[in-house]
Design a protein around this ligand. Structure first.
Ligand SMILES: Cc1cc2nc3c(=O)[nH]c(=O)nc-3n(C[C@H](O)[C@H](O)[C@H](O)COP(=O)(O)O)c2cc1C
Length: 375
């Protein structure tokens, strides 16, 4: 039976399944529910020092459905970070850690581009007992005028400076959460790791417009007749997330061995999670999947991952973490490999010996003849 437990950056998790920052970690009640159901760790909804500036709208979600069953494959949100007061969050972090002292609670934090604000939020959350931090450099909507979220994450120099501030005071692991709304995700990832972060988390949502209502001609989700681009998540984003995680993993193997990746994007099964781990992730976060299937999804995730590991004879997560990275290469290399394979096929079809082991005592002279170039 596979062992799903994992130690990442010194944090001990019973399994690699982590609640991703968002509605499933939005207050102490739901965080407790996640721990009771057996999630490996919880990343709380992103918080800032001054929640009064956070004003949400409704509706703020739109969904993409396909097929006769109308399955949900894509999800847009224009939700901001938590609108709950910072002091409430501090009390709730303490309460959750009192109730679940041996479970991993991670604070997701976001602030303006001010050193004193980042230091204050880090120190106060840390005093409340959180086990690690995720720095949100990745929310795609809202607050760009305050240079928060992806506005910061798209600027590797600023991101590096901010990670440096946090790391001067953090005495627990720090992950930097990357935006996918950038051409080369490994650039901000490199900045975060250079500034001392233990790991990176990828990806947050992809900027999108879910669609346009062909009756009203208004883009969705529609608020008072208007809309704004939001963040795309759920199953449809998984291929993009896998690609971006692999890009970070390949860069980190070469430049930052030993640093961790938390893979995120469209995970709903243990098999989905296995693919993130095969491409280098240590943990796998789920946000939209929990909004669709509920907290009990973790049972299906654990069973699916265990079955995959048993089928391959992998005893631990570390046994296959990053295994599939070796099979990623350039298109040029694919062309060369295919040409070599075809040449070998042609030679074999003509009965030509292409490997020394194929020489046979009985057909030795015939085989020699076939290898003569002017035959
Ligand atoms: C409704 C909603 C709210 C979210 N809020 C946050 C947030 O506050 N902070 C954050 O870092 N990510 C937030 N996310 C992004 C998720 O944590 C995750 O990165 C993204 O949705 C992709 O994963 P998924 O397909 O499992 O949802 C939110 C996502 C959704 C759908």
């Amino acid at each position: 039976m596979a062992d799903l437990s994992i130690v990442v950056d010194g944090l001990r998790l019973p399994n690699p399944f982590v609640i991703g920052s968002g509605p499933p970690g939005t207050n102490a009640n739901v965080i407790s529910k996640a721990f009771k159901e057996g999630w490996g760790a919880v990343i709380a909804k992103t918080i800032s020092l001054d929640a009064s500036k956070v004003v949400n709208v409704a509706p703020r979600y739109a969904r993409m459905r396909v097929g006769p069953e109308k399955e949900i494959i894509g999800w847009q949100n224009i939700e901001l970070i938590s609108d709950r007061p910072f002091t409430t969050w501090i009390d709730e972090f303490k309460r959750v850690k009192n109730e679940f002292p041996d479970r991993v609670l991670i604070a997701s934090i976001m602030e303006e581009y001010r050193k004193d604000a980042w230091i204050e939020i880090t120190e106060r959350c840390q005093e409340a007992g959180v086990d690690a931090f995720e720095l949100n450099f990745s929310c795609p909507h809202g607050l760009p005028e305050r240079k928060m979220g992806s506005a910061m994450g798209q600027c590797p120099e600023i991101l590096e400076e901010v990670c440096g501030w946090v790391n001067t005071v953090a005495n627990v692991p720090v992950w930097a959460k990357m935006t996918p709304n950038i051409t080369h995700i490994e650039e901000p990832a490199r900045s975060a790791l250079r500034a001392g972060c233990e790991g990176i988390a990828a990806i947050n949502t992809i900027l999108c417009i879910m669609g346009v209502d062909l009756k009203t001609l208004r883009p969705e989700p529609t608020v008072e007749g208007y809309s704004t681009p939001g963040g795309y998540s759920c199953r449809a984003v998984r291929p993009v997330a896998l690609r971006m995680v692999s890009e970070c993993a390949r860069m980190m193997r070469a430049e930052f061995p030993g640093r961790s990746i938390s893979g995120i994007g469209g995970v709903e099964t243990g098999e989905d999670a296995a693919q993130f781990i095969l491409l280098g992730a240590s943990t796998v976060q789920v946000c939209t999947g929990v909004m669709i299937h509920g907290y009990e999804l973790v049972r299906k995730l654990r069973d699916g991952l265990s079955a995959f590991m048993d089928a391959h004879g992998f005893a631990t997560i570390d046994d296959f973490r990053g295994h599939s990275l070796q099979y990623l290469t350039t298109h040029h290399d694919l062309v060369q490999r295919q040409a070599a394979a075809k040449a070998a096929e042609r030679a074999a079809a003509k009965g030509m010996v292409t490997k020394d082991g194929a020489w046979s005592g009985e057909k030795f002279v015939e085989q020699s003849d076939k290898l003569v170039s002017n035959n």
